[in-house]
Design a protein around this ligand. Structure first.
Ligand code: PLP
Ligand code: COI
Length: 342
């Protein structure tokens, strides 16, 4: 795939083969050297633990090109640390954070032509994954693993999410149990959300918000992003033992508090509180900030509206502006979130 043939103004969030991907194997109790590969397929044993028992963890992070031509990778170390927590969570071999970071930098260097130019609103989405490769049919952790890293240029994740987009909420499905794997970024959580996600798409929604699966009273998150609500100059986001600790959400909390002078509350958010928010959004690496038009509680026909004219509210707009300015270098790296690739 040649980067020259890419239409930077029409990027979707889809897989696209780029130049080089990076691999690393874990065997005999240690990680080997990074290897670089053009082929985007893998060969493995038909009894590998990732295929049968879901021994797979992944991450998502982004690199941006600035006006100055420099490439900026956003909060790479935080993704590395979270990936290792996910590995621990499903008994997979952890990789040194430094090795993960070296792989990400080398991937970006090798694919620099695939980082969208400044001004198009796109980025290079970087997808690391680790899979258990040992052939086993008894249920127990693999002793061999493979780390794979690839990148692809992307635009918006939720269709039409430049302004606002509708979401639904239902009690019919659970994504993760209170003491289950919801805090880990493991493939199984996404499999668990496929039925609800497709139902949401079929009904014309961008995604589904899950409630806590124990009491069904509190907002958890949607299948690919955290939730936040805004009221009284306060940024409010759920605290839950079954959601991913979003790096974007953490960044927005910092921006809200340190730049916008807002209060930040991380606590349980009862469903009924939705009616009190002035604005609301879904946030994540892929989702960025997707301001929410409305959330329809489809079980009892209640609709919580956050935008009457389809436009994003002023706080969502400011949060997005500041986040993107730091990511693409229009603002200084005041919180130490950027790794430069020149
Ligand atoms: N929640 C889920 C379930 C996700 O898959 C993601 C995406 O990574 C997020 C939240 C957002 O997390 P982050 O901002 O670290 O990308
Ligand atoms: C991300 O935002 O990086 C994600 O992993 C979400 C989604 C694409 C599954």
């Amino acid at each position: 795939m040649e980067s020259k043939s890419i239409d930077w103004s029409n990027l979707s969030f889809g897989y696209r083969k780029t130049g080089i991907n990076v691999r690393c194997k874990y065997e005999n109790g240690k990680w080997g050297a990074l290897t670089f590969c053009e082929d985007d397929t893998i060969t493995m044993n038909i009894a590998a633990t990732c295929l049968h028992y879901g021994q797979e963890v992944f991450e998502g992070l982004k690199a941006f090109k600035g006006k100055d031509g420099r490439i900026r990778i956003f909060r790479m170390r935080d993704n590395a640390e979270r990936m290792m927590l996910s590995c621990e969570g499903i008994k997979m071999a952890q990789m040194p954070v430094e090795l993960f970071c070296e792989a990400v930098v080398k991937l970006v260097e090798a694919n620099r032509d695939f980082v969208p130019p400044y001004g198009y609103g796109g980025s290079l989405y970087i997808r690391p994954l680790i899979i258990g490769t040992t052939a086993k049919v008894g249920v127990s952790p693999a002793s061999e693993y493979e780390f794979i890293l690839f990148g692809m240029p992307v635009g918006l994740y939720f269709k039409g999410s430049k302004e606002t987009t509708p979401f639904m909420l239902t009690r019919k499905y659970d994504r993760a149990a209170p003491l289950g794997t919801g805090t880990f970024k493991v493939g199984g959580n996404y499999a668990a959300g496929m039925v609800a996600g497709e139902e949401a798409h079929d009904l014309g929604y961008s995604a589904v918000f899950y409630l806590d699966s124990c009491e069904k009273k509190y907002i958890d998150e949607c299948g690919a992003a955290n939730f936040f609500g805004i009221k009284n100059n306060t940024y409010i986001t759920p605290s839950s033992t079954s959601i991913l600790n979003s790096i974007t959400n953490r960044s927005l909390q910092t921006i809200a508090e340190k730049i916008l002078g807002m209060k930040v509350e991380k606590r349980k958010v009862p469903v009924e509180e939705l009616s009190t928010f002035e604005e609301a959004g879904a946030c994540g690496t892929a989702a960025i900030i997707s301001p929410i038009e409305r959330i329809d509680d489809i079980d009892n026909g209640i609709s919580y509206e956050f935008s009457k004219d389809g436009n994003a509210g002023p706080v969502c707009k400011k949060l997005l502006q500041h986040l993107q300015a730091i990511q693409n270098g229009d603002d200084e790296d005041r919180f130490g979130w950027i790794t430069y690739v020149d």
